[in-house]
Structure formats: structure tokens, C-alpha cells
Ligand binder design. Sequence first.
Ligand code: PTJ
Length: 253
Amino acid sequence: MSEIDVPESHPRYQSLLTRHRIEAGVEKGITSKQGLIAEGRGEAFDYLLGERTTPSADRAERAAAALLVLADHPVLSVNGNVAALVPGEMIELAAAVGADVEVNLFNRTEERMRAIADHLREHGAAAAGVEIKGLTADARIPGLDHERAKVDADGIGAADVVLVPLEDGDRAEALAEMGKREIVIDLNPLSRSAQAAAVPIVDNILRAVPNVTEHARELQDASDDELETIVREFDPDRALDAAEDAIRSGQLE
Ligand code: PTJ
């Protein structure tokens, strides 16, 4: 049995686990109520994808790992859904690629910011040597008039590569305009964030983050040339088309 009293062999295991974590996140004050709706939307796409990492998503996850390993200053952005679903996994990825983790919220309150930072620390941030940023908020992303514009100057403000999971909106476009290279995790290939990304990953974050970490560990000793080739050979438009085709054809395995 696992944290949800359902055996892992249950056909709806992952979906039940995801719902449980989001519900617990709302109860703990880290996930917004809108996060429940966002989860429902993601789940519908995941169902149509067959709740699996497609070969195309796996290629995107490898390209994302190469980009993170190559980066001088990678930052992983965390919102209320990400904190509820994969807190320990985000810390592990950050540790594997030497990234900072920055809390960035659409429905930003000081209380939620602190609760999420504490939650990430409870999941081993300090022991893994990972810094949690976002509370200073001493810089702004130009062109955004909502709370997601608030970033740390020495975090997302100074990053060259940013991982942006589970947010559909204009921040990804604004970050790209600042010259940052973006990796987006979003089950909706038509979301604005996915469309703006250098590397869009159309996969459930529950599967995507551990897989990016695994690829990053494998690529740790690769040369910059090899890493750059992996990134260059990755085609974001093809990845988005492949995901949309899989969803529209609905051919479940
Ligand atoms: O914590 P906050 O205040 O920053 O708010 C976070 C939410 C998620 C509520 C906010 O960013 C939001 O409303 O997001 P959207 O516009 O609903 O976009 C979320 C995107 O993530 C949608 O395209 C979903 O399909 C996708 N998504 C949801 N769950 C998952 C997912 N993608 C991958 N894995 C998931 N588990």
C-alpha cells in the first residue's frame, strides 16, 4: 500500500495519487483552490495520452536535461500545484543539475509563499544544498502586470535557463523575450507556455521530473558539444505536433 491506501497495481493509481496530493496541498495551504481545477484539466489530457510518457516526450525530457546540465544558472520555478505534486522530485532535480528552486505564484500571498518554501525545505532542500528563492522579489519580469512578474534578482532574474511547469499564460512568453531559454512541462500542447518554450514537455509532471533527473544523471559527463547537439537536434514544433496527434487520435495502448 502507498500514501493513498490503494495498491500501485490499481488501474487508476496515478490519477488517484495525484488527486490526493493536490487535495492535501489545498488542506496544507500550499495549493490554491484553482489548483484543483488545473489538475482536472491536466488529467483529461493525460487520459487521452494514455497516461504514459510518449517517445516524443521522452526525447523532450532528454533535451531538457541537456539544457539544464549546460546552463550557467538554471532555476526551477515552483507554484502551488508543483509543490503539492513533486516537492522531493524537484529538489532532487535541482541537486542533480545545480539549480536553484524559486517559488513563483499566480495567486501570490506571503502566507502561501512561506508555506511552500517550508514545504520544500521539509522535502530535503537544505540537505541537498538547494537554495529556495522567491521571497525577496526584488526584480520584475518586464511586460507582466500580475503577481507572477515578481522574481528574485539573483534567481529567475539572473537565470539563463528556467523550468516553468504547470502554468498557462504570458510569463513564458515574457521570459523568452528576456532571452531566457525555457523548459515547460504542460500536458496541454496548445497552452501558451508550451508554445513559447525552447523545450516543451507534454507529460504528467509526476513522470516528467524524475525522468529529466535520470537523463541529467546519465548526461553529467557528456561534453558541451554532445549536450549542445542534443538540444539543437530537438525540434519543439515536432514535439508539440506529436503530442497533439496522440491526443486527437486517442489511440490508447
Ligand atoms: O499556485 P498558483 O497560485 O501559482 O496557481 C497555479 C495554477 C496551476 C492554479 C495556475 O498556474 C493555473 O491556473 O494554471 P492553468 O492556467 O490552469 O494551467 C495549468 C496547466 O498545467 C494546464 O495547461 C494543465 O493542462 C497543466 N497541468 C495540470 N496538471 C498537470 C499539468 N501538466 C502536467 N502535469 C500535471 N499533473
